[in-house]
Design a protein around this ligand. Sequence first.
Ligand SMILES: O=[N+]([O-])c1ccc(OS(=O)(=O)O)cc1
Length: 482
Amino acid sequence: MKQSNYLNIILIFITLLSCSEDNNITILPPEPEEPVVIIPEQNTVGLIEFKPKVYDGYTLFTPSKSKKTYLINNCGEVINQWVSNYNSGKSVFLLEDGSILRAREILNPNIQIGGIGGVIERFDWRNNLLWSYMHTSETFSQHHDAVPLKNGNILLLIAESITKTEAIQKGRNPDTMATDLLYTEKIIEIEPIGNNNANIVWEWNIWDHLIQDFDITKDNYGVINENPQLMDINFVGRSGDKADWLHANSIQYNEELDEIIISFQGTSEIMIIDHSTTTAQSTSHTGGKKGKGGDILYRWGNPMAYKLGNENDRTLYGQHYPHWIPNEYNDGGKILIFNNGLDRPTGDFSSVNIINPIKNSQGQYIITSNKPFDPIKPEWEYNDIGNFFSEIISGAQRLPNGNTLICEGQMGRFFEINDKNQKIWEYINPDSGTGILSQGDQPLDNAVFRAFKYSKDYPAFKNRELITGNPIEQNPSMTNCK
Ligand SMILES: O=[N+]([O-])c1ccc(OS(=O)(=O)O)cc1
């Protein structure tokens, strides 16, 4: 051993001795080991993996081809379930009083889009139907999301048909219209009334915020890359000439900012708008706390949509569920996005991304002239190329302990990763289009739009006797999971 190594050892020894004399060393007790959960390797559905440090909570989901909604614990055992007479219309939320707000599917021959809903139902904890509201007609339908607000109101995502004449009047190129219809995307806020009614108390429509450089004779003719606050009606994205041009697939609300974030699959963009406007202001370009009426405050994912940048500047590929991470969590205040990877030029894989939009001291989103909205790239990404891909649906959620729950929707697979991006929990939905699968069956047709984990201290569980039921699948295998 070299002399310098001896010196180092002596130095460390002296430091240790002096520390212990000063009583500066705190010897922490070893963290209690979590029991190892043994799961049969041949499991094909239900609980697949459970390692230490999984976030302790209950996961809510409503399978796409099912009338049921489940709340399960980390062992895959049912804590509660609700049964509707109808298949899922995609979103479901557990409210603080223990009721669920669930969209249900009602097929509408006039509005044909994936993710159709049409009716919102609220069931109490014991599955009594408290309220049901139909929002579908020959010209519109609710779809995908129905988001509960703290004041009891609900935000609904609506597709509404626009005639070819109206679309041409807004400068749409008629050559990119395969049918006589185009759908606009609206958000309405409703105040539930009685057990089957509601007042519409606020409304926003992207139709009021369009621009085009195709037809100079129309009012909204303009320079697209100088007006990123407006949507180019001729940016057809992946829809080509289909009526479902924008295909919005989620809305989420931030109460502190009073802003809504929308995901458009058709154009691979997420957009933020102001919710503090009146409905009249939301149709205009002024008013509201941000002073911009219903214009787009921020957009990200595909700057080609506003003629800035090229395919290399694109970051989103048919994404879902952009939402603000709660302030008190790791990465709080930033935006988490499930980036499906639909049409990704570098191959078929999904990722989960975090971005942190740049704002000035007044809280306005900043854009440098002639540049797309920042950031250029996400600041965080999880992917698992070759093992993780869902073209459609899906979502991800940051959890209070820094873990992330990911729903790979088409596979009906939920998994949790820790802050080192290691998978520590995995579950596969056994409730499929062909019925409840048995342990050992190959999972098929078991898609889930979104999964959401609630903390055990969530008010819905307070003073409630929670009875742990069986796993969902038939012939469940034995595990030591508790
Ligand atoms: O086939 N579906 O059930 C389906 C298709 C598309 C879709 O839209 S998406 O944007 O949520 O993927 C939702 C559901």
